[in-house]
Write a protein that binds this ligand. Structure first.
Ligand code: AMP
Length: 222
């Protein structure tokens, strides 16, 4: 399949619950029981909260790492932007993210937690692991080949970026819904319902990217 942009998959919360459950099962079967969960903001937060439920953990802490700025576009090196919040000294820490792609975010977070948190042990868990990533998490739900995964908690952000890239790539400032559907298929192999598209249109209008509501067109607000 020759696409004009990155191959994308749209995931829903059933997919997330399924991958999180698979991950938790592997943690339980390994005989290791964490005392606390640390979620990597922003991508790992929802998964971290689900792991607390699946593993019976009440202590949920956070650390923030920035890496991929815009959808499917790497933003230089992974940078620790907010240090560890929470006391993990002497504790078994489960560090949770959504996916390991380059793996730099998890590498950075693990090093930071060991250095400042003085935990007894740190293990990592992700919903998905991309084969070939430099960092292999201790536990993950599923191994995949590279694609941009559109998480249900990042749906509007990702779709907005992808659609803005279509305007740029096509050198256009307006398109119909039918044209947008065709472009989303050709650029990213994405197919969306009219209902989802109209919610995205309202969102892009809210952000001031497009003129909305005006007519049936998706018109850039220039
Ligand atoms: P990385 O440091 O490259 O392992 O990725 C850092 C973060 O960027 C991940 O935790 C995700 O939130 C996001 N990310 C990276 N690659 C992808 C991908 N292929 N699909 C969806 N999100 C991704």
């Amino acid at each position: 399949m020759d696409l004009k942009g990155p191959l994308c998959y749209v995931l829903d919360f059933d997919d997330i619950n399924n991958y999180a459950y698979q991950t938790a099962l592997k943690i339980k079967q390994s005989g290791w029981r964490p005392d606390v969960v640390v979620g990597i903001a922003r991508g790992g937060w929802v998964h971290a909260r689900i792991q607390c439920d699946l593993l019976g953990i009440r202590s949920l802490f956070s650390v923030k790492v920035d890496h991929w700025g815009v959808t499917a576009t790497k933003d230089g090196k992974a940078k620790l932007s907010v240090p560890l919040v929470g006391d993990v000294e002497g504790k078994r820490v489960l560090l949770v993210d959504d996916i390991t792609d380059t793996g730099e975010s998890l590498t950075t977070a693990v090093e930071h937690i060991i250095e400042v948190g003085k935990p007894a042990d740190v293990r990592s868990a992700t919903l998905m692991h991309i084969a070939g990533s430099k960092f292999v998490p201790d536990y993950f739900g599923v191994e995949i080949t590279w694609a941009w995964e559109i998480w249900p908690w990042n749906f509007f952000e990702d779709l907005t970026s992808l659609i803005m890239k279509i305007y740029e790539g096509e050198k256009i400032s307006e398109m119909s819904t039918a044209e947008l559907k065709k472009h989303l298929r050709e650029y990213n192999n994405i197919v969306l319902s009219d209902e989802k598209l109209s919610k995205i249109k309202a969102h892009m209008g809210f952000l001031g990217h497009i003129v909305y509501p005006l007519d049936k067109m998706w018109r850039l607000d220039e």
